[in-house]
Design a binder for this molecule. Structure first.
Ligand code: GCU
Length: 342
């Protein structure tokens, strides 16, 4: 039954990873900027030593760098268990700089043995069509973009790569072989692109990413490329507009985004009432990407119910009841997935 549903989508075949990365950049997200010319990290002196009842230390870090010959900096938080490491960790791309945050239950993550490095996407580049501020401002002359220049998702992903650069300097405290990048909604699209373009991430988690994230574009219900390009064209490269009402012309579909993460692990999460994201198109995307992952995607041969978790394969999927939100159950299943595959 699933194979019939997939056939209806008429998907282009998966390609070698290098080709998928090229198309993801030229057709959807834009080209990832080059790594900074120079960079240093400063741990600010206002460290919170007794965070989470003393179970963690929270450092406020500033990444200062030279990009395109110009200075750029952004802050992030590193909350790391006090007990000796190295610890598995999340790089959480968040909507707010708060810690904890409604999408980030820090104490529960610490109790589960994880560190969490988090940053607010707005501190990297504003979530709008202005390409003159933040990271966009140092990359583009007068804010003008060419057809393959990065959209905001690629800029936020680039910042997550910088946080990974920092994690790599803390080998006694952080275990990069158990690193996961995660985010919700537009920042889940970002988390997938982050891991697709940087093999240092061992895991990626997409929470309710939907359109232009983990959902297949062909045959998708809810939000379409037209919808997203009308409201958020700045998330993508200019080329992406070619596919408004024209999904069939895309030389790839979003199973390529998941497959570009293979052979590393990716978990896709949906919420059953999140019709705008289209949970079934997210699930079918995992099925279509599965051949790229060792062992494929172990799931029954039918569309899932409202509360399921298929965590045994290196590509996993879960669906929980309820609305669009990064909830506790999402985190719990992500932790279970990482434990199973570490
Ligand atoms: C809008 C948008 C989605 C996006 C979401 C979010 O709903 O249409 O594509 O995922 O915002 O980021 O919250």
């Amino acid at each position: 039954m699933l194979s019939a549903l997939l056939e209806e989508r008429n998907l282009p075949p998966l390609r070698p990873r290098a080709e998928m990365l090229e198309l993801l950049q030229t057709e959807i997200y834009g080209r990832l900027p080059a790594a900074p010319e120079a960079m240093e990290f400063t741990v600010e002196p206002d460290v919170i030593w007794r965070f989470c009842a003393g179970k963690a230390v929270c450092d406020r870090v500033t990444a200062r760098m030279v990009v395109n010959g110009k200075p750029f900096e952004f802050p992030f938080l590193a909350t790391i268990p006090t007990v000796p490491g190295p610890h598995p960790f999340f790089i959480h791309i968040n909507f707010r700089p708060d810690n904890p945050d409604r999408y980030m239950p820090t104490e529960e993550l610490i109790d589960a043995g994880f560190a969490v490095l988090s940053f607010c996407y707005n501190d990297v580049s504003s979530d709008n069509g202005d390409f003159t501020d933040g990271l966009a401002g140092v990359l583009f002359e007068n804010g003008a973009r060419g057809p393959e220049d990065p959209g905001k998702i690629a800029l936020w992903a680039w910042a997550a790569h910088r946080v990974m650069d920092y994690a790599e300097t803390l080998t006694d405290r952080l275990d990069c072989t158990r690193s996961a990048v995660c985010g919700h909604s537009r920042l889940a699209k970002t988390a997938l692109f982050t891991a697709a373009t940087d093999t240092r991430f061992a895991f990626a988690y997409s929470n309710d990413s939907g359109c232009s994230g983990a959902a297949l574009a062909r045959g998708k219900t809810g939000e379409s490329i037209r919808d997203i390009c009308e409201r958020f064209p700045f998330w993508f490269c200019e080329n992406y507009k070619k596919y408004v009402d024209n999904e069939a012309a895309m030389p790839l579909d979003h199973h390529a985004l998941l497959a570009a993460i293979a052979p590393r692990c990716v978990l896709v999460g949906s919420a059953s009432e999140d019709a705008w994201a289209d949970p079934d198109s997210e699930f079918l995307c995992c099925c279509a990407a599965a051949p790229a992952f060792d062992g494929g995607f172990p799931c029954p041969d039918r569309l899932p119910g409202d509360n399921v978790a298929f965590l045994d394969g290196r590509i996993g999927y879960h669906r929980r009841p309820g609305l669009h939100y990064f909830s506790r159950l999402d985190w719990q299943r992500l932790i279970e997935f990482i434990r199973l595959h570490s």
